[in-house]
Design a protein around this ligand. Structure first.
Ligand code: NAP
Length: 358
């Protein structure tokens, strides 16, 4: 099989794992890298991703990257840019992304900075270039895909809940944590609304689930709760003062006739010094109220000896499970019909080509 040529868009936390996953894959070839940060321009992609030199220099020249005519861009910028998507797709280049984009709903409905015509613009560019865009990640993304697959052994289901229950303190300094209001005082006006706005992409994930399951959602709703630090938390990249927000529970629900039928429940805590004393399960837990009733717990463990693990290694696992659903989808996305495609449209995506031969 001819290798699929991929341009990596940015080299942040998720992107570094995507590049690692790409260069280790027999069917993928890294041919270019976009740098958003000026100080990364000209540097080798391997150096930027903690790997040996790869002979690919990062550039901020988008036209030069498009001129490489890659099969796909792996887009992991901090925020999705409709302009970037349009340029890439119209040039006939497919996109896989983890950048808060699955169906485009969140982009179009965001109260501040939303782009109401984002979906038709992206679809039009994709049709012009006969190219596809697919968004995933661990959650939103793979976790709800897995839950939908599980319903394949049910006669019927009444409700599906996917709970992401994680201690996120090692991600405290990450860029995507910034807008969530960690460390805000109790009852800060508008805080719940802000969390809802910043997590709208979970609404995209509800849409994907609904499409996979043949459910017509009438509505989506979001509820937010907080827990507070019982002492000062001097985390790496963020200081959370005693009494301020140190845990967030955000639940996105898909509704049919005023009844929630699917729920994406995120419980994110910054350690254990919080009240109420919410405890992270460190897992993805899927509960299906159906016939039969199902519960599935996905634990994720490092493959190396825990004693040798550094903080970056743990962080890297979170970024791996985010990036790999996108990278592993590249062959299916390159073969897909033009437009915005989701798990509801693509053939099954697994770790194809990833058997380790030793
Ligand atoms: N679905 C999931 O499970 C999941 C989980 C985690 C993260 N994510 C998403 O995946 C994406 C990447 O996450 P990450 O942790 O890798 O992010 P990150 O490291 O903070 O940022 C990624 C890159 O974005 C570029 N960048 C920085 N500031 C920017 C800005 N203001 N506008 C546009 N680009 C900017 C930088 O590019 P350079 O490398 O060129 O400097 C940076 O390295 C984010 O959208 C994040 O929300 C999804």
């Amino acid at each position: 099989m001819k290798k699929l040529r991929v341009v990596q868009w940015t080299s942040g936390s998720v992107a570094r794992q995507c590049v690692r996953a790409m260069v280790a894959h027999p069917d993928l070839e890294l041919v270019g890298m976009y740098a958003w940060s000026k100080d990364k321009v000209g540097r080798d992609a391997g150096e930027l991703c903690g790997l040996p030199a790869l002979g690919v220099a990062a550039t901020d020249d988008i036209d030069a990257l498009l001129a490489l005519k890659p099969d796909c861009v792996c887009y992991n910028a901090l925020w999705p840019s409709v302009e970037d998507f349009e340029k890439i797709l119209a040039a006939g280049i497919n996109i896989v992304t983890t950048s808060m984009f699955l169906t485009g709903w969140a982009l179009t409905t965001k109260q501040t900075g939303g782009i109401p015509d984002a979906i038709p613009r992206i679809e039009a560019a994709a049709r012009r270039g006969n190219a596809t865009v697919f968004g995933s990640g661990m959650n939103p993304g793979f976790a709800s895909y897995l839950a939908c697959i599980l319903t394949g052994i049910c006669h019927r289901f009444r409700h599906i809940r996917i709970t992401e229950s994680v201690d996120v303190s090692m991600f405290a300094g990450d860029g995507n944590m910034e807008p969530l209001g960690w460390g805000l005082p109790r009852d800060s006006p508008g805080h719940k609304e802000t969390v809802m706005e910043e997590t709208r992409v979970f609404g995209d994930a509800l849409e994907v689930m609904a499409a996979m399951l043949g459910v017509a959602l009438d509505d989506k709703r979001c509820t937010v709760d907080f827990a507070y630090a019982t002492e000062d938390l001097p985390l790496e990249g963020r200081h959370i003062a005693k009494g301020t927000v140190a845990a967030i529970q955000v639940r996105w629900e898909g509704m049919v006739e005023n009844r929630p039928v699917m729920e994406l429940n995120q419980l994110w805590v910054m350690g254990t010094k919080i009240e109420p004393a919410w405890r992270a399960e460190h897992a993805y837990i899927i509960n299906i109220d159906g016939d039969p009733m199902l519960q599935n717990r996905l634990d994720i463990w490092p493959c190396q000896d825990m004693a040798t693990m550094q903080k970056d290694d743990f962080h890297g696992i979170g970024m791996t499970i985010t990036g790999l659903p996108a990278v592993n989808a590249i062959p299916q996305v390159c073969a897909a019909a033009a437009g915005i495609q989701t798990y509801a449209d693509l053939p099954a995506i697994a770790g194809h080509g990833r058997l380790q031969h030793d």
